[in-house]
Design a protein around this ligand. Structure first.
Ligand code: ADP
Length: 366
């Protein structure tokens, strides 16, 4: 589900999405929220949560329709990604376990100096598992997962305005404020902001008023949850252009975890994982050749490569495709992958890769 929250006037858009598309699941989430009796939550007859504490804290009101929309569109209470679904990235998994998962399980141990960081950044090439990691974190910590991604700034979609007419002035900041308010009521929460650079980029002279206000609101809300020792709200930003992030935002994302391209081990695991359920004839020697030849491929590049290779035996069938038995389609072999490599190439330029490595050395936590 995608909902654009933008107006042509502001040119600032945010796409909010969720994998909780099943209506029954969403309904269940709402019931579970309204049954919680935290100080911040007052339940209305229709189960829509109403917020008290956060509204007071931010000094502003909120828009019921926006709360409702955030609850129904962006929240996924149990994204079904598990650690084991993610190949490699052991250091990132360990850091995230310490920073987010353990503190939600043992809140009593993680106080004072051990209070977990509110903000962290996953940066690295596209398609390397940043979104998967954020989802796995939410799933493993049983946190409410808010999936927010920045849309292109030129987007002209105006869905939100029709949902809530009061929003087209300052809608970005109102969204941010409400998002944090809902996250507080549904904590532990993970707010995942994909492509965070595009809404929180370095201030430039051309920056428009709307995006400046959105950023300021983000900082205010972020500081609110960071300074409250009882709030378990974690903001995870993801970007492949960390160098473009606004300084003030970067300062708050204190842990910056580099998510690199998969190394040989991770590529081997990924290839084997993607081939599950396929008929293939790849002796270890061929697998090793593929592992070596896919240096520079991201996880999503490997996915695309396997999909392309899997089509080769099908294309050979020609007109027989309509009559052939499924078990008569020939097995995948090394040559299919070689051929697929001429079409599916690594999507990251070497120069960009080097730039990310440099940024990691200077600003990264690992
Ligand atoms: P991004 O880093 O751009 O957020 P995603 O997490 O969305 O990348 O990954 C895109 C796709 O690539 C995933 O849906 C998955 O199929 C594949 N992928 C990338 N990295 C991994 C990984 N480490 N383990 C398993 N699959 C991966």
């Amino acid at each position: 589900a995608l909902t654009y929250l933008t107006s042509p006037r502001s040119q600032t858009g945010i796409v909010v999405s969720s994998s909780a598309s099943h209506p029954r699941k969403v309904a269940a989430q709402k019931v579970s929220v309204s049954s919680r009796t935290g100080p911040a939550l007052r339940s209305q007859g229709n189960n829509a949560p109403t917020l008290q504490k956060p509204a007071q804290r931010s000094g502003g009101g909120h828009d019921d329709k926006l709360v409702e929309m955030i609850n129904s569109v962006i929240v996924d209470r149990s994204p079904s990604v598990k650690w084991d679904d993610i190949a490699g990235l052991e250091m990132a998994k360990q850091a995230l376990t310490e920073m987010v998962i353990l503190p939600t399980k043992r809140k009593d141990l993680f106080t004072g100096l051990r209070k977990p960081a509110t903000g962290l950044l996953l940066f690295g090439p596209p398609g390397t598992g940043k979104t998967l990691l954020a989802k796995a974190v939410a799933s493993e910590s049983e946190a409410t997962f808010f999936n927010v991604s920045a849309s292109s700034l030129t987007s002209k979609w105006v869905c939100l305005v029709s949902l809530s007419p009061s929003l087209h002035v300052g809608e970005g900041e109102k969204l941010v404020r409400t998002l944090f308010q809902v996250a507080i009521t549904r904590q532990p929460s993970v707010i995942f902001i994909d492509e965070i650079d595009s809404i929180m980029s370095t201030r430039t002279e051309n920056e428009n008023e709307a995006s400046r206000r959105l950023k300021s609101e983000f900082l205010v809300q972020f500081d609110g949850v960071a300074s409250n020792s009882s709030d378990l709200v974690t903001v995870i930003g993801a970007t492949n252009k960390p160098q473009e992030l606004d300084d003030a935002v970067l300062r708050r994302l204190v842990k910056r975890i580099y998510i690199p391209l998969p190394d040989a081990n991770a590529r081997r695991v990924l290839l084997k994982h993607k081939l599950k359920g396929q008929a293939f004839s790849l002796p270890d020697r061929d697998v090793e050749r593929l592992v070596a030849e896919t240096d520079g491929y991201s996880g999503s590049d490997l996915q695309a490569l396997c999909e392309e290779a899997a089509m080769m035996p099908i294309r050979e069938l020609g007109a027989d495709i309509l009559t052939v038995q499924a078990n008569q389609v020939r097995r995948l072999r090394y040559g299919d992958f070689r051929k697929a490599m001429t079409v599916i190439k690594p999507s990251l330029q070497r120069s960009k890769w080097a730039e990310l490595e440099r940024w990691n050395r200077e600003f990264g936590s690992n």
